[in-house]
Write a protein that binds this ligand. Structure first.
Ligand code: 9PG
Length: 447
């Protein structure tokens, strides 16, 4: 760590903005003295924060981006990586009386923004510049989707899919894409081998398409379970090889491995998965847990983890043709310019508060916090996905959640069993899915 700045603040009005590493990492603005959100255990730190970082709650800590409003009208200081294609430094801000000392472990560009509006408007202006330097193309408006996850989780069956495809048709709901989530595959890695709850992915796509809608599917291409055929037959495709799991035992009660995106055969396989699904009629891909490809560790080719990750994502894009590409569980800054839409928050869930009080964990409140913290990215980096509307009566705080989706949904999705919706739930689903906005939510010209 080396010091990069020292800022005098008015501690009663000052604020510090912390940007988290990946989709699920808490991202928000703190008043001086507020304790920043930190993982409550190692499992969460690995899966939902930056595994290489272990920040204390005594310093503010951003991954590649941190901003300070000194609270005295002198302008917002933005500390950010100029280019996230190789490395992303961690940036600290330590409060010492009426000063904040800023330091980082790599090169960071400092901007003094004296433009109109709030810290959020300053972040929007910074994002315009970052997007321009990366060369982000024109925004592709997101289709509206229905997703299986927040109702069925990994127990989803083909019969559940058919029930909801038919219900959406019968009720004439404005859903463009019907997207199957996690649960169809036998193991992470074996994406073309189905559990006995599924007969045919092509059959599901055919049924969806017969109603004039589009088929979508979830894949976690860079995460590999040890019991998969892939891990057993091709251990050399894994980062660090078969004896070095990238994560030991903390999730799903097993070790986790990550695909080495610098290995040409590994990428040939995963490109085949995407082109095969595309050939079956899928043209919307939710590509999840992709942070795994950016983990440190020995690779086939000598490349930085972030460059290896980006190359993997670019190869997926080629394999899926002109499909819509939604990133999830993705390191935010390194992914700008590579996807159409991005999950910008932790998962929603029928419960309001996150397990253990950890704001990276699935819950309405965690999704709202970080969804607001990244609102400025909509229409600049990509289309923001705040996560799906869930509107059935069992959802705690469903009205508040629906308001969040209404306000921050660049991508608008629904994830209830349609038959479980009451009149209110059905009405709000119909209303919010009428269109996915492409416009920005945060102005760069002030408030
Ligand atoms: C499928 C889900 C859904 C969801 C994604 C992602 O263990 N975890 O910390 C953990 C975090 C997120 C998560 C699952 C597990 O959700 O965001 O929409 O696709 O995967 O498994």
């Amino acid at each position: 760590m080396h010091a990069i700045d020292e800022v005098t603040i008015d501690a009663t009005h000052a604020a510090v903005y912390e940007h988290g590493w990946q989709s699920w990492s808490p991202t928000t603005t703190y008043g001086i003295g507020d304790r920043p959100h930190r993982p409550v255990n190692e499992r969460n730190r690995f899966l939902c924060y930056r595994p290489e970082s272990n920040p204390s709650a005594d310093v503010y800590w951003g991954e590649g981006l941190l901003a300070i409003d000194p609270g005295d009208g002198s302008g917002v200081r933005i500390y950010a990586v100029a280019n996230a294609t190789e490395t992303v430094p961690s940036i600290h801000a330590e409060v010492k009386g009426n000063r904040i000392v800023v330091s980082s472990d790599g090169p960071v560009a400092t901007t003094l923004d004296q433009g109109p509006g709030s810290l959020e408007n300053a972040l929007a202006r910074w994002a315009d510049g970052f997007a321009a330097s990366v060369g982000v193309g024109e925004m592709r408006r997101a289709p509206t989707i229905w997703c299986s996850w927040y109702q069925y989780f990994t127990d989803v069956t083909e019969a559940d899919m058919i029930e909801n495809i038919d219900a959406i048709e019968r009720l004439d709901l404005p859903v463009d894409v019907i997207q199957l989530d996690d649960g169809y595959q036998t193991a992470h890695g074996d994406w073309l081998t189905l559990t006995d709850r599924f007969g045919s992915l092509q059959g599901i796509a055919d049924r969806i398409r017969s109603f004039g809608r589009r088929a979508g599917i979830w894949v976690a291409p860079f995460l590999v379970f040890p019991e998969s055929e892939l891990a057993r037959r091709h251990p050399q495709w894994l980062i660090g090889g078969p004896d070095k799991p990238v994560h030991g035992g903390h999730n799903w009660n097993r070790d986790l491995f990550a695909l080495d995106t610098t290995h040409p055969e590994a990428m040939e396989w995963i490109a085949e998965v995407f082109s095969t699904m595309h050939g079956w009629g899928y043209d919307f891909f939710k590509v999840d847990f992709v942070y795994a490809a950016a983990l440190p560790g020995p690779r086939h080719q000598d490349m930085s983890p972030i460059a290896a990750y980006r190359s993997g994502m670019q190869q997926l894009r080629e394999a899926m043709g002109d499909s819509y590409f939604l990133g999830c569980g993705a390191p935010i800054l390194p992914t700008v310019g590579l996807v159409d839409a991005m999950r910008v928050s932790p998962d929603t869930e029928p419960q309001y508060l996150p397990a253990g009080g950890d704001l990276s964990q699935p819950s309405v409140s965690a999704a709202m916090l970080t969804g607001r913290g990244r609102a400025f990215q909509q229409g600049r980096f990509w289309i923001n996905d705040p996560d799906d509307l869930i509107a059935r009566p069992a959802v705690e705080g469903r009205k508040e959640w629906a308001e969040h989706v209404r306000r921050y949904g660049g991508l608008r999705g629904s994830s209830d069993r349609i038959a479980d919706l009451d009149d209110w739930g059905l009405a709000v689903t119909r209303e919010l899915l009428a269109e996915s906005p492409v416009e920005t939510f945060v102005s760069s010209g002030g408030s």
